[in-house]
Ligand binder design. Structure first.
Ligand SMILES: [Zn+2]
Ligand SMILES: [Zn+2]
Length: 345
């Protein structure tokens, strides 16, 4: 089969690889689409000690079940599925509290098992039994279904931030995840969604999203604009979806009293300390929350939102490329051209 095999930073070879062997305790999936994640680009440029090469990477995938091992229950040949990438132990304290995404024994598809930048992939029994294989209804297109995993991370974050009907939500950064945040906030009933962005190319894409107020922060002061657009109050929820210290610091100034700031994007290791005015937090009773990864239940919710047509995937998926052009796709991401890039193996 065709596959992209990762050997370490700068080493990603697209060529022939052996087909995964059907076994009694696995499921073989024919990959129909697999989106490129920001973490794939990080893996390619700087690496990640959790990923054990040689490894076929790519975790934002949708596929069709091609064979089902004798020991596997609940799946049939022809089923369309996506996967919740993070496979937790189901035994630890975090798992028992419903925080499977924080499980210290977590294994990941594309780090510990081969994944979706290939024509075929094997899902081991542990992944199936853990509830990580999620059905995709026929009316959700492949390119849309490939967004299930990033969308699930956004959903996890907005559940934690408590986005609710009537809220004003500010999203800082109109990258692919920022655009998904805007769509999810609307789906959760936000009365007003304001998206801030600096680069002209991404501003143009963000303006295609319906019902989203876009602020060009290359021309206007972000905090002033948010105040002006919220009757001087600030937003109920501010989501920092740009990986910069400045955006995290300004997020605090955009929140209303009693509001919530979600630090969704992570800052680079060794460069993640920021200065905050704690008086804003204290007197404003502002909550600052984190969010990392997602759980199978969030992926199910993501598929449901996609099926309900709540997410403008046509705007957010800007490129579809064959597997042979995966390196071009990574280069587009590095240059921040377009939004989501979907590979069709
Ligand atoms: Zn991802
Ligand atoms: Zn666990």
């Amino acid at each position: 089969m065709k596959a992209a095999v990762y050997g370490g930073p700068g080493d990603l070879v697209i060529g022939e690889a052996p087909d995964p062997a059907p076994k009694a305790d696995n499921v073989i999936v024919r990959v129909r689409a697999c989106a490129i994640c920001g973490t794939d680009l990080k893996l390619f440029t700087v690496g990640n000690p959790r990923c054990k090469p040689p490894r076929i990477i790519g975790h934002e995938l949708v596929g069709e079940v091609a064979s089902v091992g004798a020991e596997i229950e609940g799946l049939a040949v022809g089923d369309r599925v996506t996967v919740a990438t993070s496979v937790s132990c189901h035994r630890c304290d975090y798992c028992s509290r419903g925080l499977e995404n924080l499980c210290p024994h977590m294994k990941c598809i594309s780090y510990d098992w081969n994944a979706g930048f290939a024509e075929l992939m094997a899902l081991p029994a542990a992944v199936v039994r853990g509830g990580n294989v999620i059905p995709v209804p026929a009316d959700v297109a492949d390119t849309a279904a490939a967004l299930s995993e990033p969308l699930s991370c956004v959903i996890n974050a907005q559940k934690i931030a408590g986005v609710k009907p009537g809220d004003t939500v500010v999203v800082i950064g109109a990258g692919p995840l920022g655009c998904l945040h805007s769509e999810v906030a609307k789906a959760y009933g936000a009365h007003k969604v304001i998206l801030t962005q600096r680069s002209a190319a991404r501003l143009a894409l963000a303006r295609k999203l319906r019902g989203v107020d876009v602020v060009d922060v290359s021309k206007e002061d972000a905090v002033e604009q948010i105040r002006a657009r919220t009757d001087g109050q600030g937003a109920d929820v501010v989501i920092a979806s740009a990986p910069t210290a400045a955006s995290q610091a300004t997020a605090l100034q955009m929140a209303r009293k009693g509001g919530v700031v979600s630090l969704f994007a992570s800052l680079p290791q060794g460069n993640s300390a920021i200065e905050v005015d704690t008086r804003l937090i204290h007197y404003g009773q502002i909550s600052i929350v984190g969010a990392s990864d997602s759980r199978p239940c969030d992926v199910r919710d993501a598929v449901a939102l996609l099926q309900a047509g709540k997410i403008d995937t046509k705007t957010i998926v800007t490129h579809e490329l064959p597997l042979e052009r995966l390196l071009d796709g990574l280069e587009l991401m590095r240059k921040r051209e377009g939004l989501k890039i979907v590979i069709r193996p």
